[in-house]
Design a protein around this ligand. Structure first.
Ligand code: HEM
Length: 349
């Protein structure tokens, strides 16, 4: 019910944009690229929300229809797809490098520490891409499919929507080493988290807002075990963990074994995109060390921001939307750089 309301508002926003664009750029223009950067409507580095207005006007509708089915079948899929866009953008920019499988010329990022046995959702991306290829052959990039899927997944989980700059092209390369180096580990300190976000042009506000993605989805035992049994090398649990919560976590995550047992990142509302994640952190119920240190890391203004977002969902939603646009604008390939892959898993021949 809430879903269809948000979906129709997305459609409204899209159709609202079209007359404006028609006046400025009349006529169909497949592969149209406006060039330039900055400027109007949150566009950046050649991306713009109207990019497929003529070449594939139904692109977002196709993405949404596949997402509705996939997330309807398995609500967690929204979280998995949101995370894929993040893991794409932090490695060589938002260029769909994460989707490439191993081949003669590619060492896939799928086997990196942060990704291995963890990232998922590739079949859904394939299904979206196949439908887009039928409707508008070689027009919509896999990188844009990831960005559209991240937004759609957020909306379908009850979160905010945003005007999404489009026109990213797909890489012909991947980087396993950058995937290992750039994506933060769950036991990161606050200093490391801030540094890795800064490296991507993102600040503390983006770090806290985007961590709010952990309002949906799950994590494996192996990513938070250290907090339960040996947080500081002294065989003691992390003292910031609330007692009852800690006991529950130990049931899912024994000292030995059960590495792949999963636990919700937001225990209170694991499939609803809301600000509960921040409220839970205030109660000592954040799952990952990287969640907890936003409050207790004692650097900069991250603590203040956690409290602000816990107290005001509207402010969180607004900042989340802004930060998602910012993250989605990391080093896109545009113009004649990269390509529009036919199959997201491999570069074109
Ligand atoms: C701030 C640094 C971050 C760290 C250290 C971190 C780490 C993690 C880890 C360890 C998991 C569990 C993976 C597993 O057990 O397989 C996870 C899940 C998740 N992360 Fe993050 N993350 C961070 C930021 C982000 C950002 C910026 C986003 C999105 C914009 C995001 C979205 C998600 C989502 C939605 C899930 C659940 C995925 C699922 O259920 O399939 N994370 N994260």
């Amino acid at each position: 019910m809430a879903f269809s309301k948000v979906v129709s508002s997305v459609i409204l926003v899209v159709s609202f944009l079209s007359p404006t664009f028609t006046l400025a750029f009349p006529g169909p223009n497949p592969g149209f690229s406006p060039g330039g950067g900055g400027g109007s409507g949150g566009g950046y580095a050649g991306l713009c929300p109207e990019f497929y207005e003529f070449s594939c006007p139904q692109a977002n509708d196709i993405v949404m229809s596949v997402l509705e089915k996939a997330i309807g079948r398995e609500p967690r899929m929204a979280a998995s797809l949101l995370r894929l866009h993040f893991h794409d953008c932090f490695v060589q920019g938002c260029d769909a490098s994460i989707l490439l499988d191993d081949s003669a010329t590619i060492v896939s990022e799928k086997k990196s520490g942060p990704n291995n046995n963890s990232v998922r959702g590739f079949d859904v991306i394939d299904e979206i891409k196949a439908k887009l290829e039928q409707a508008c052959p070689q027009t919509v990039s896999c990188a844009d499919v990831l960005a559209l899927s991240a937004r759609g997944s957020t909306v379908l989980s009850g979160g905010p929507s945003w005007e999404l700059p489009l026109g990213r092209r797909d890489s012909k390369t991947a980087s396993l080493s950058a995937s290992n180096a750039n994506i933060p580990a769950p036991n990161s300190t606050i200093q490391t988290l801030i540094a890795l976000f800064n490296r991507q042009g993102l600040d503390e506000t983006d770090l806290v807002a985007l961590s709010g993605s952990h309002t949906i989805g799950v994590a494996r035992c192996v990513t938070f075990r250290q907090r339960l049994y040996n947080q500081n090398g002294n065989n003691q649990p992390d003292a910031t963990l609330e007692r009852t919560y800690y006991n529950g976590l130990k049931n899912t995550c024994p000292r030995l074994g059960g590495d792949n047992n999963i636990f919700p990142l937001d225990l209170a509302s694991p499939i609803r995109f809301d600000n509960t994640y921040f409220k839970l952190i205030l109660q000592g119920q954040g799952l990952l060390n990287s969640d907890e240190v936003l409050l207790t890391g004692n650097v900069g203004k991250t603590m203040e921001l956690v409290k602000e977002y816990a107290g005001n969902e509207g402010v969180f939603f607004e900042q989340f939307a802004n930060s998602m646009v910012k993250m989605g604008n990391i080093s896109p390939l545009t113009g004649s750089n990269g390509e529009i892959r036919k199959n997201c898993r491999q570069i074109n021949n």
